[in-house]
Each structure stands twice: as structure tokens, then as C-alpha cells.
Design a protein around this ligand. Structure first.
Ligand code: ADP
Ligand code: MG
Length: 362
């Protein structure tokens, strides 16, 4: 499962922020909402990067950015080193495909499965109708659907079958990268593992690279090679999957992990035992955004936003691991832009730097 750390990134985000302008109430003033807050991530060819965090932390916004569906407010997104905005949209769609949470709303209810799955080939004018028919039959077979579903409609299928159709449609153009946004969250628990196994098989068969988004840490465990934990628009911890599960460091990761280690893992949706409610992103807590819910909160956490650090080969933003001095870098790490001193210059004394978090910090 492991990818060599030296593999060049195929998809890269550098200091990406997404701000929305939100009006509160009918006549309220507009306020900025930072959905994604200076996120840097890189995806190496063949790896599976899991992105995990509670609902509203910015995961789907990140997915839209990576699909080129939305431009970041600031920061850079590159595909093979080229800015995503400069790429031909049709070519980009051939290389990067999405699989979304709800296959029912992403599949046109009035089209047959044949029409739905063959649409990308028709849009991109690939092959004649005979070869398109063969390609559809082949890909349905690959995702475990019998060819008799060709003339069915989405409402005649189960949730799991519909997600298989959505996967077939995503893969028919043989993309390199698949952005999976909660692909199993709308499915029954028994079906979830079948779809996860299918995604794992397809990755091996087609040499795919995945960005795999879930609110549930347990879902990414078996598929991901690396996991980024997101909280209120920021990546607060990022590590290879085994290390993250064996030794979570950030108090938020620990809480997420504790929540999935329930006596009955089939319960599906994790209950986070985090006390205070998830904060309103329009009005994020001061200092470390996680501090009101943190089990290990310290005095400075409410005052000073933690700076990004590299500690023990993982990226983390938490005062517990900041021993002061210059932020340590990690030579040769695949962790993206792992020189925090570069992206956040002059942070030698964090107490004197109120916030490296840009717009969302108070
Ligand atoms: P997640 O997928 O993790 O649940 P989202 O990326 O959907 O999170 O949303 C992150 C934050 O951005 C939320 O507070 C959400 O309300 C806000 N948001 C997302 N899309 C928009 C939009 N188009 N306009 C305004 N706010 C948005
Ligand atoms: Mg979402």
C-alpha cells in the first residue's frame, strides 16, 4: 500500500484558502466565512490520501477546488506542476473524476444506466457507438454490475448499485485521479464495506490515485496510505495511516479515533465525545480554533494560534508539540511544503505572533 516518499506530486495545493461572503439574516451585513484556511496538501501518484473531519470543516470545498470546479480565493493548485486554472477543462475532466456521496442526486433519474455511463464517452467523442457500448459493458462488469442493468433507471436500483453506476461513470474515461467525497456515507453499513473493497480493487487494477474524503476516520483506515485531519478549514495533523492510528498526536485526532472505537464498529456514524459544539466558522474561536473542545487545553491555546510544525515525520498544529525555537523542517519528507518557516515566516516566537491563520483567526 505504501508509496515511496519521493514520488512526485501529481496534484498539489499550496496555501489554499477559500472565503465565502455570508449574509446573516435578511438585512445583516456580509461576513467572511473561511471554509478552507491556508491548506497545503500533495497527492503522489498511486497513493490514497484520506481527508477526515466533522461536517462543515471544509472537505467538500476542498474537493471542488481539486476538481477545478471552484477557484481558491488565494493559493495555488497544480496538476503535474501546472496551475489547474490554466489547464484545458475537458482534458482535466479526463484525468480527474469525482465520486460523490449521494449517487441518487448525481445520476440523472430520466436516463438509463447505458446513457449515464456512456455520457462521458459521448461528450468527449471517444469511439463509435459500438465501441462505446462495449466500453460500458466492460466497465459495468468491472464494478460488479450485470449487463441487464443497461436499460434500467437509477430509481430501479439499490443505493449500492447506484454508487457502482457512479463509479463506472467516473472510471469509463480511465482517469488517473479520483476525488471521492464521502462515497459510502449514504449507504447501508453492510453495503459500505462492499463499495470500499471495490474502490480498493479498482485502485490496484487501474493504478488510481485517490483523495478520499470522509467524516469517519474508520472508513479511511483500510484504504488510505496517508491521512490529513481537518478542523475548521485547517489541516491540524497529517501522517502515514498506520502512524496516525497507532499514535494519534493531536487532541482532535485522539477524540476522532476514540469516537470510532465504539464497542460496535458497525454503528457507522461516529459519536464524537467532544463536549462543546462545533464552532461557527463565521466566528471561529480565538487562538487555536479547537481549544474550547480540547481535553488538553493550555493557557496559551486561547490566545495564540499554533503554527504548523513537523514533528516525528508528521505535520501537526498544536502547542503541545511546539517546543519553541524555529519550527523544525523535515528533509526529504513527502509532507507537502514541509518547511513551515517558509510558509509562515518569522514565527520564532509564537507568543508574539497572534495568528498565522489569516482571515479566519480572530
Ligand atoms: P464539509 O464537506 O466538510 O461538510 P463544506 O466544504 O461543505 O464542509 O463546508 C465548509 C464550510 O463552508 C461550511 O461552513 C459551509 O456552510 C460553508 N460553505 C460551503 N459552501 C459554501 C457556499 N457555496 N457558500 C457559502 N458557504 C459555503
Ligand atoms: Mg461535504
Amino acid at each position: 500500500m505504501k508509496t515511496p516518499l519521493t514520488a512526485p506530486p501529481v496534484l498539489e495545493l499550496e496555501n489554499v484558502s477559500v472565503l465565502y461572503s455570508i449574509r446573516q439574516g435578511l438585512f445583516g451585513a456580509r461576513k467572511p466565512l473561511t471554509a478552507v484556511n491556508e491548506v497545503s496538501l500533495s497527492l503522489a501518484r498511486g497513493e490514497v490520501l484520506g481527508v477526515v473531519g466533522e461536517s462543515g470543516c471544509g472537505k467538500s470545498t476542498l474537493a471542488r477546488i481539486l476538481l477545478g470546479l471552484e477557484a481558491p480565493t488565494t493559493g495555488r493548485v497544480t496538476v503535474d506542476g501546472e496551475p489547474i486554472g490554466a489547464q484545458n477543462r475537458r482534458l482535466l475532466a479526463r484525468r480527474i473524476q469525482p465520486i460523490f456521496q449521494d449517487p441518487y442526486s448525481s445520476l440523472n433519474p430520466r436516463k438509463s444506466i447505458r446513457d449515464i455511463v456512456s455520457l462521458p464517452l459521448r461528450v468527449h467523442r471517444i469511439g463509435d457507438s459500438a465501441s462505446q457500448e462495449k466500453a460500458v459493458r466492460d466497465i459495468l462488469d468491472v464494478v460488479g454490475l450485470p449487463s441487464r442493468v443497461l436499460n434500467s433507471y437509477p430509481n430501479q436500483m439499490s443505493g449500492g448499485q447506484r454508487q457502482r453506476v457512479a463509479i463506472a461513470r467516473a472510471l469509463i474515461m480511465r482517469p488517473e485521479i479520483v476525488i471521492c467525497d464521502e462515497p459510502t456515507s449514504a449507504l447501508d453499513v453492510s453495503v459500505q464495506s462492499q463499495i470500499l473493497n471495490l474502490l480498493a480493487d479498482l485502485r490496484r487494477e487501474f493504478g488510481l490515485t485517490y483523495l478520499f474524503i470522509s467524516h469517519n476516520l474508520a472508513v479511511v483506515e483500510h484504504l488510505a496510505t496517508r491521512v490529513a485531519v481537518m478542523y475548521l478549514g485547517r489541516i491540524v495533523e497529517e501522517a502515514p495511516v498506520d502512524e496516525l492510528f497507532e499514535q494519534p498526536r493531536h487532541p482532535y485526532t485522539k477524540a476522532l479515533l476514540a469516537s470510532v472505537l465504539t464497542p460496535d464498529p458497525s454503528l457507522g456514524i461516529p459519536e464524537t465525545d467532544l463536549g462543546a459544539a462545533y464552532p461557527n466558522p463565521i466566528d471561529p474561536p480565538s487562538g487555536c480554533h479547537f481549544h474550547p473542545r480540547c481535553a488538553q487545553v493550555m493557557e496559551r491555546c486561547s490566545r495564540v494560534a499554533p503554527r504548523p510544525l513537523i514533528a516525528d515525520g508528521r505535520r501537526i498544529e498544536c502547542h503541545l508539540y511546539d517546543t519553541g525555537g524555529a519550527a523544525p523542517g523535515l528533509p526529504g519528507s513527502s509532507l507537502p511544503k514541509s518547511n513551515p518557516a517558509k510558509s509562515n515566516p518569522a514565527k520564532s516566537n509564537p507568543a508574539e505572533n497572534a495568528s498565522p491563520h489569516g482571515a479566519a483567526a480572530t
